[in-house]
Design a protein around this ligand. Structure first.
Ligand code: ADP
Length: 157
């Protein structure tokens, strides 16, 4: 069985994340979408709410499991006995950070491989941060996030 872990903050999940997840489901039998619970990173939505949104928005993908972890991603991957990690790449801005992180992970755990999926052209500008900011100012986010997230953003205002 081909398994992969897709880690992230998902604060909140966007159509960009969903596109990566749906494409991963075409190549992998098991896709674990793992919420990185980082107490040092200030989040807008609670971990519980982000998990709830991840679950409801991915319920139609049979291969997807939702989970969360604390601490090092490589330790989490090993605990699941999975050697492959998936990250999404948008513009050049993602590249430097993702490149550093993948190399750091390889340095501390050479058994874990990171693979990248390029954003599609409709989602290349979609980020959780921008979605939150524009929604706060009253912008219409209906084309950028799934319906349950849209409702949660309206509630958060
Ligand atoms: P993190 O805080 O770990 O960067 P995010 O939830 O912001 O977590 O993103 C998780 C992963 O999804 C990252 O690899 C990020 O580059 C990718 N990603 C986010 N938005 C998009 C998008 N619109 N298209 C493709 N990949 C994306």
């Amino acid at each position: 069985m081909r398994s992969i872990i897709y880690p992230g903050s998902f604060d909140p999940i966007t159509n960009g994340h969903l596109d990566i997840i749906s494409r991963a489901c075409k190549s992998f039998d098991r896709v674990i979408v793992a919420l990185a619970n980082n107490p040092n990173k200030q989040a807008t939505f609670s971990a519980q709410k982000r998990l709830e949104l991840l679950k409801v928005c991915t319920k139609d993908f049979k291969q997807v499991e939702i989970d969360s972890f604390e601490g090092l991603l490589v330790n989490y991957a090993r605990s699941k006995n999975i050697q492959t990690v998936l990250r999404g790449l948008r513009a050049v801005s993602d590249f430097e950070y993702e490149f550093m992180m993948a190399n750091m992970n390889r340095k501390i755990a050479s058994d874990i491989e990171t693979i990248f999926m390029m954003t599609n052209e409709t989602n290349f500008y979609v980020s959780s941060k921008l979605v939150r900011e524009v929604a706060q100012l009253g912008g219409d986010m209906s084309a950028l996030v799934p319906k349950p997230v849209l409702d949660a953003l309206a509630f958060d205002k």
